[in-house]
Design a protein around this ligand. Sequence first.
Ligand code: NAG
Length: 190
Amino acid sequence: MAKLNTNYPILVIFTLLIATKIRASDELRLDNICLNNQNLVKVHFYVHDVSGGPNSTVQEVARAAVSTDDPLSFGKILVLDDMITTGPGRDSKELGKLQGIITSADMKITAMAMSINVVFTSGEYKGSTLSIAGRNQVLDRERRMAVVGGTGVFRFTRGYAIISTYSNRVEDSVLYFVAELTIYTTFCHV
Ligand SMILES: *[C@@H]1O[C@H](CO)[C@@H](O)[C@H](O)[C@H]1NC(C)=O
């Protein structure tokens, strides 16, 4: 305790020095922060969701006591790590992953609360990410969710995502679900 007290003034000075340093370097990087250089872009890709079998990209992580008997699986939480591609076929060019958590969050209609990240590992947005959050009323033809942020060329981004079901088939008790995503969001050119 005594030792902490002795060191306290030194810690304060050190913290102030660090704070000043960060502020100065932030000013140097202001040009790169990109608040005034944003254009709207359309980002389009397909998401491949595999439920069941050895290569499942979706896993249940939790459920409430009522989830099992509830026709809408209310309270069930899934985590997913889906492949995203330029075209609807699994063999088209891979762009990265769509990862996150989806929760069955409506007691009256099939709807999910989603919190997902799009991770681009190739293509023109390689190394950047988009964070998407919102309600997905799964049986609607088009579902809209908010783009709440991003990194890389999507730093400070704002936008929205339109999700629609492209195909849905069951083979050997594995559900292969393909969704089409069209995202309108701001993009940083510098
Ligand atoms: C799972 O993935 C492996 C490796 O890609 C593949 O060889 C296998 O056929 C897949 N199994 C199923 C059931 O899709």
